[in-house]
Write a protein of this length. Sequence first.
Length: 357
Amino acid sequence: MRGYIQHLLNSLVSIKEYRKNEEEIEKIKASEKKSMERANNLTGKFNDLFTSFKKQEWHHSVDDAEKNIMESVSKNLGNVRSIIKIENENRIFDLKNRMEVERTNSIANIQAFLSMNIISDLDITITVKYTETGYRVTSRYVGENEVEYTFVLDSKNQEIFSDVLRFGHLEKNMRIPISETAFDSDQDYEKIDRYYLSNASVSKGSLVAIFSSPENDAKITFVMSKGNISHFITVEYSDGKKVIDITGNSAIVKRMEVDRVQEPLDRIYGSLLEMENNRVKLIELTSNKVDILRNNDFEEFIMKMFQMKSKELRESVANSEESSGQYGKKAIEEKLSLCGEIGENIAKLIGVNYEKD
C-alpha cells in the first residue's frame, strides 16, 4: 500500500500540476494570437478613418498628416506587440520551468515505486559498457503485464569498474590459443593482458563478457553459464577477418587454460549483481510498448499499476482504520482529491470515497 499512496499518488499530484501549467501555456499562446490580431485590426481601422475623412475634407495636407500619423501608429503598435510577446515569453519560460520540476517529481516518485520491486520481474539484464567517461552500468527489467524499464546503476562503489578494466588486472600473463598448430609461438597464441572489458551483461544466470584489444579490432568473447554444480564457459576470438570458436575446436581447446578464466568471470558476474540495487536514475519505461517517459503518459501507467493490484489494494483499504496515519482511508481520500479525474477512477477501483478538490 505504501508504494501506491506515497509514490504513485504523489506522482499524480505532480503530473496534475504539470498539465495545469501546460494548459496555461496554451491559453497564453491563444491570447497572444488574439492580441496580435486586435493590434493588426487597429491599423486597418485607422486607415478606414482616414479614407472616410478624406472623402469629406479632402486637402493635400491631409495626405501628409495621414502619412505621419500612420507611421506613428505602426511604430507604437509594433512596440505594443513586442511588449506583449516578451511578457508572454517570460510567463511561458516560468511555466515551462515549473512543468519540468513537476515532471521530475513525478518521475522520481515512479522511480521510487519501481525500486520497491512491487512488479514481478520476468527477466533482469544488467549491462556494463565502456564509454569515453568510463563504465556505464544499467539494469533492464521485463515485468509482468508488458511493463519494461531501465535504470542507470551507481558503479562508484565497485573498484573493479573505477577505471578501465584490463584482463591483466584480473589474471596476469593470460594467453588464448588461436591456431590449431601445437607450436608455442606468438602466432599461435594471443596475449590478452592489455585487452580491456568493452562490455558485459548478466541475464538468467549467464554472463557475456567482451574484452577488446586497444590496438586493433581483435576481441575475445567469454560466455559463462552458471549451473547448479559446475559452470560452462565458451571462448571466441575475432579480429575483423576471422572468427575462431576456441572452446568448440578440439584441437585448440586442449591448449586453452579454461580454469584460469573462471575466477575473472566470476568477479565480473558478482560485481554486476551487487550493483543491481544501487539504482540511480530511471531512463526508460514502457507499458504495452508505449514509451511512458517520452510521451508523458504517466496517468495511463499509474492507472495500470492500480488495476494490476486492485483486489489486494481494495482488501487493504477495507481492513485499514479510518484514521491510521497517511495510509488510512481519510488520508487516501484526501490525496486522491488532489489527483483530478483519475483520482476519482482510482477511488472507485480501491473502494474509497472521492471528493473533488
